[in-house]
Design a protein around this ligand. Structure first.
Ligand code: SF4
Length: 1009
């Protein structure tokens, strides 16, 4: 509580009367009146009037302390005396005067830790499952605090709970255990200190002297606070200004406090009337008077005191509000005269802070942020998890990604190593980050320090030091966090360290899990310090004590404001009744009252802002309060609901989902103006930034040198030339390991190659009789070849190996069922490579190289080319080249004929995947249909010899066309059939618009030709 210099001012008659000696019971003075009735002036006059008696003014928040000090020292004539402070400070002041036991009491963090300890020491049955949940200690701490503030002692609660039921008895047991632990540790909390203070005042009433006490801005007091006020009223003049009159909204929400105080012996009540002179807008004055009351009068003309904003999406709403605030500031309205009210500033406050800061608006969001939403808090938890918690590599990665901790490019490579090496534990990851012996430093210093700290106080203090180090890292590394976030991160580091030191001082046993839970439960204030010169983002509760020129009440959504009533977290309404506890505040009554408070706070204009759609364009409902208020205004709304809705939306300003930039005339900052101008400025010339054919001479020369192509390369180009270019020339590397189906398919290929190369039975292929031997050998080969690439000790790769087993065994079973005279003659028949016996399949401009999975020969020596495919679907038939660019099988058949000199029976793709139909598909000579019938191919894959040869020639021609195109540098975005396949993931690189394909530069070129 601060001593204040006061200005001399005329005294009100009441105050003159109250300033007498303290010999008899003092009257309690209630100054009641609705908003805009001048309660502030009466309280200030009263305070000034008794300045010579050291008065005390109690207000709700530290902000209000600043404001009232300003008010009291505004115009000269200063005198020494008086104090302004919060209720906690009043308790301290009285405690000091009465020599009551002194604080500091347990902090909230310490109380939560005690609540955790309490849960562990009570045998809970009904509450057992929920007590294991992470949020339980925090909810319990709140309930215990409420019980204490309600002045119920543990023994009384236990007595009441005995009649109420088992659940209530468990709550009572928790309460009792909490007090036992607290007292056992020799600590006080704010409530025990408050009780001791009130009791000391009761036993030594003259110790307070005659200092008058004033309360302003409170519409609600706990029983604990009321008790102190009652005791003070016995010894000194106490004046309480209450926002109350006999109106439904005020009585329903805050009537209880008035009723309590009204019954104090000797109370004097001064009733004030509302006065329009306190509000510049007559509309706002009228609306505040009429809202929530039965009203048959004509609607109120809007003199500009009320404005509506309807936007689409969270960001659009904040931008719309930000633009209006920027306009007010540029019109010369001081920032301190603007407030933004959110029912829950904790959840959307960070977005307001980010957007308003982007617009260059000085802002103070007066709400707490969970520490886990700061870089520092999230980074510390990840570090603790990695070092002394669950010890996952991913935790270490998260920690290293904390801005400022490590160079991002180094962490990128580290992540790649983790993923590719399938590294799971912190220890393995530490080795990958900094191998042992590397610069004499193994692992990370911070991990070592945490691991070497003993559980308990030492670990808590070390974790605190790490929090500060992480917060400061963000500042040390230039650009790691945006300028406006630096103070928040430093605050987070300091708050976390302070809280962990407080926990260390408690002296309770503390595991690594307790430290992590404690950090997870912490909050960090988004703003600290004076708010002068800043637009404040506040809750309706904070809005109560202070008026502003302009107020924006935002996020007016049904369910947000008013909130949905979800009941109390630990005690149902029935349980409260059974325990004779005060009733819980109903969301509808409380929020209606808070909204009415918002109506009374602005002097010039009130903006009501809501979202008519979410970020995906789905409709959202606005708060019923908006409609209720609008109904009080002229012109009258249509009776039809839809027309009514249209009329409200038509009146509202705001921003839509499609408005990604402002009009230049309404841009709220220089940056936004630049974006607005860019949006309407001249476009970049079409095609300049589009990828097109290769043009650089050295590159074209390099392309011309490419002579040999694999069939899959040719197919890639046939599907889309740009896809080929990305895949084969740019070669983007995936961050993680190779896609598992690809690895499984490769292993299956290797196993089949080895099996058919050296068959386990003389027939050369499985039969029903030899299938068992083939399966046994296949399993051996899978263990041998598979475990190298997919280690069995890891759960997911073990599952992948099982899939390989499934693929191979199902294939062998298919083979055994197939009655055919064709037997394997060549496996993995390679051609066209430097180390192969066979040369390439020649083309006019180059050649083809490749490796045929298998060539079987029929009774008369005709070759059946087989190609294994890992998937469950394969292509076949004469149209596969034109429709899907498939030419591998045809080129392999040409190689079998021209390089190995075999007559052809045909070629088939053999699907390895799929659970049902695994029919081979491809191109087969109809003439040999009978010999091939055992394969059970599709009839449409059989071609007459002429058509068969034409299909092979078409593939050769297509291959030649692709080879010459590649050599000419024709790298263009030209997907087969004109549309990109869904599975092509290269769009971020080629940037082809999938929805509305753009005109390609090469298409004009070909038209010219
Ligand atoms: S997204 Fe389309 S244009 Fe781009 S590479 Fe893939 S197939 Fe080609």
């Amino acid at each position: 509580m601060r001593e204040t210099k006061l200005v001399s001012a005329p005294r009100s008659p009441w105050l003159r009367a109250a300033a007498g000696p303290i010999l008899a019971p003092m009257p309690l003075k209630l100054i009641v009146g609705p908003p805009n009735s001048g309660r502030t002036g009466v309280v200030l006059d009263g305070f000034r009037g008794v300045a010579d008696r050291d008065p005390v003014l109690v207000v709700p928040t530290v902000d209000d302390v600043e404001r009232f000090e300003e008010e009291l020292t505004r115009d000269g004539g200063a005198v020494i005396g008086g104090a302004v402070g919060t209720f906690d400070q009043l308790f301290t002041l009285v405690g000091r005067a009465t020599d009551a036991p002194a604080g500091p009491g347990l902090s909230r963090t310490q109380r939560r830790r005690l609540a955790r300890e309490t849960v562990g020491r009570v045998n809970l049955k009904l509450l057992g499952p929920s007590s294991a949940k992470p949020g339980f200690p925090a909810a319990l701490e709140e309930l215990l605090s409420e019980l204490q503030a309600t002045l119920i002692d543990p023994a009384t609660l236990r007595r009441r709970a005995a009649d109420a039921g088992v659940y209530e008895a468990e709550i009572a047991a928790l309460y009792e255990a909490y007090v036992v632990i607290r007292d056992g540790l020799g600590h006080h909390d704010d409530h025990s200190l408050a009780a001791a203070t009130t009791s000391a005042l009761r036993s030594r009433p003259d110790s307070w002297g005659s200092r008058p006490v004033f309360l302003y801005g409170f519409d609600d007091l706990t029983l604990e606070q009321l008790e102190l006020i009652r005791e003070l009223a016995r010894v000194c003049p106490v004046s309480v200004a209450l926002p109350w009159e006999d109106r439904e909204i005020l009585t329903a929400a805050r009537g209880a406090l008035f009723a309590e105080l009204r019954d104090v012996e000797g109370v004097a009540i001064e009733r004030l009337e509302p006065q329009p002179r306190f509000t510049a807008s007559g509309t706002l004055f009228e609306l505040e008077r009429r809202f929530g009351e039965p009203d048959e009068r004509d609607p109120v003309e809007n003199d500009g005191g009320v404005a509506l904003l309807a936007s689409a999406g969270d960001l659009a709403e904040v931008e719309a509000v930000g633009a209006e605030v920027a306009r007010l500031l540029s019109d010369g309205i001081p920032a301190g005269e603007i407030a933004i009210v959110l029912r829950d500033p904790r959840s959307s406050g960070p977005l307001y802070r980010r957007v308003l800061t982007r617009f260059g608006i000085p802002v103070a969001v007066q709400a707490d942020l969970p520490a886990t939403r700061t870089n520092t808090g999230a980074g510390l938890i990840a570090l603790l998890q990695a070092a002394v918690g669950r010890g996952r590599a991913s935790d270490l990665l998260t920690y290293l990604r904390t801005p400022g901790v490590a160079p991002p490019s180094k962490v990128d490579w580290f992540e790649r190593r983790l993923l590719r090496g399938r590294i799971r534990t912190t220890d393995e990851a530490l080795d990958a980050w900094s191998p042992k012996g590397d610069n004499g430093d193994d692992g990370l210093r911070e991990v070592r320090k945490l691991r070497s700290a003993k559980p308990g106080a030492e670990l808590l203090r070390e974790a605190g030091r790490q929090a500060r180090w992480i917060a400061e890292s963000a500042i040390r590394r230039e650009g790691a966090v945006a300028g406006e976030d630096r103070a928040l991160e430093l605050r987070a580091g300091a708050e976390i360290e302070k809280a962990l030191i407080e926990l260390a001082e408690l002296g309770l046993p503390t595991s690594a899990g307790d430290v992590i839970a404690a950090v997870s439960d912490l909050d960090v204030p988004m703003w600290r310090g004076p708010t002068e010169g800043r637009v404040r983002v506040i809750s309706p509760y904070r809005a109560r004590a202070r008026r502003v020129g302009h107020m924006f009440v935002c996020s007016m959504q049904d369910g947000d404001f008013p909130r949905r009533d979800t009941g109390g977290p630990l005690l149902s309404d029935d349980a409260r009744q059974a325990l004779a506890l005060p009733e819980r505040k109903r969301a509808e009554i409380e929020d209606r009252y808070l909204f009415s408070v918002c109506l009374s706070r602005p002097k010039q204009r009130l903006w009501l802002s809501w979202r008519s759609a979410d970020d995906e364009g789905g409709a959202t409902s606005r708060s019923p309060f908006v409609d209720e208020l609008r109904e009080l205004l002229a012109p009258e709304l249509p009776a039809d609901l839809e027309e009514r809705d249209d009329a409200i939306v038509a009146e509202a300003g705001g921003r839509g989902l499609a408005e990604s930039v402002f009009d230049p005339g309404s841009a709220p900052s220089e940056v936004e103006l630049a974006r607005a101008k860019a949006a309407i400025g001249p476009r970049t010339e079409d095609g300049r930034l589009k990828p097109g054919p290769l043009q650089l001479e050295p590159v074209l020369e390099r392309m011309q040198e490419i002579k040999l192509f694999g069939p899959s390369t040719l197919e890639e180009y046939a599907v889309c030339p740009y896809r080929w270019f990305i895949g084969h020339e740019l070669k983007p590397q995936p961050l993680g390991p190779e896609a598992e189906p690809l690895t499984s398919g490769q292993i299956a290929h290797k196993v089949l190659e080895a099996l058919y190369e050296d068959p386990p039975a003389p027939t050369g292929r499985p039969t029903p009789e030899t299938l068992g031997e083939w399966r046994r050998r296949a399993m051996e080969l899978i263990s041998e070849k598979g475990a190298e690439r997919l280690p069995r000790e890891l759960v997911d790769t073990a599952a992948a190996l099982r899939r390989v087993e499934g693929l191979v065994l199902a294939f062998l079973a298919d083979e055994a069922r197939t009655a055919t005279a064709f037997t394997p003659a060549h496996t993995e028949a390679a051609f066209g490579f430097s180390d192969t016996e066979k040369g390439p399949l020649p083309l006019p401009s180059g050649g083809v190289h490749g490796q045929i999975d298998r060539i079987d020969l029929g009774p008369n020596g005709e070759a059946l080319v087989q190609d294994y495919k890992s998937g469950g679907k394969v292509d076949g038939g004469a149209g596969m080249l034109e429709k899907r660019g498939k030419l591998q099988l045809q080129l392999y058949m040409l190689a079998a004929r021209e390089l190995w000199g075999h007559e052809l029976a045909g070629g088939v793709y053999r699907p390895l995947g799929g659970t049902g139909d695994r029919t081979p598909k491809g191109l087969l000579r109809k003439e040999l249909a009978e010999d091939l019938s055992g394969l059970d191919p599709r009839p449409k894959d059989h071609l007459e010899d002429e058509a068969f040869d034409e299909a092979l020639d078409a593939a050769r021609e297509k291959a030649e066309e692709i080879v010459t195109s590649v050599q000419a540098g024709r790298v263009i975005r030209d997907p087969i059939g004109g549309s990109c396949p869904d599975w092509c993931s290269f769009q971020p690189i080629c940037r082809r618009e999938r929805g509305f394909p753009e005109e390609e530069p090469w298409s004009e070129e070909s038209e010219d030709e």
